[in-house]
Design a protein around this ligand. Sequence first.
Ligand code: HMS
Length: 230
Amino acid sequence: MLEELKRKVYEANMELPRYGLVTFTWGNASAIDRETGLFVIKPSGVEYEKLRPEDMVVMDLNMKKVEGDLNPSSDTATHCELYRAFPSVGGVVHTHSCWATSWAQAGRAIPCYGTTHADYIYGEVPCLRNLTEEELKDYEANTGKLIVEYFRKGDVEAVPCALCKNHGAFAWGKDAAEAVHNSVVLEEVARMAAQCEMINPRVAPAPQCLQDKHYFRKHGANAYYGQVSH
Ligand SMILES: O=C(CO)[C@@H](O)[C@@H](O)COP(=O)(O)O
């Protein structure tokens, strides 16, 4: 079932340690097939060196396992909430990548200090609050609901990532490969922002007009970066 999607999700997961975003088993990638409403996700706690495409687990949007011998990722309910809420989200990645997680642990949103950030993310990367003790009873689903609640008031495409306080990072995209790409961007942006504040503790965000210029060079009707044809 969904063999091609399983292969893509497997490849996306394998990219995470290659890019240095995942240590041991600290992360997961998934992707959804919108026609069937099923999504494919990494199994929980399986070492990346041992992972195989056929180990990927198929889930439905009611959190029922449809296919797979192994337990799905412990973060499956978070991925599921994002797929349920946002039809444009086709792939989700969660990591504990060092720099993004450092901002999450510090409880800080990442300001947009430059055009590398603005090329991909419109405005700051939010750092979402801790869950309450009550909310922690359904931890992973409520983590997803918190992200959804934030982006219902925002733009889930213009800001393709978020930090969860004291936890780690989530990123998404139209498919698993784009979600991985955005995770790499997030980690680089987080690292540069931290170093930027170290070099100049009074640094200010990049001027809004420069942020706009860079974001809209690459996104929307007037984008002209790369081999775009008008
Ligand atoms: O947050 C954590 C662990 O604290 C998990 O996201 C991470 O270890 C990945 O778990 P899975 O192997 O996907 O279940």
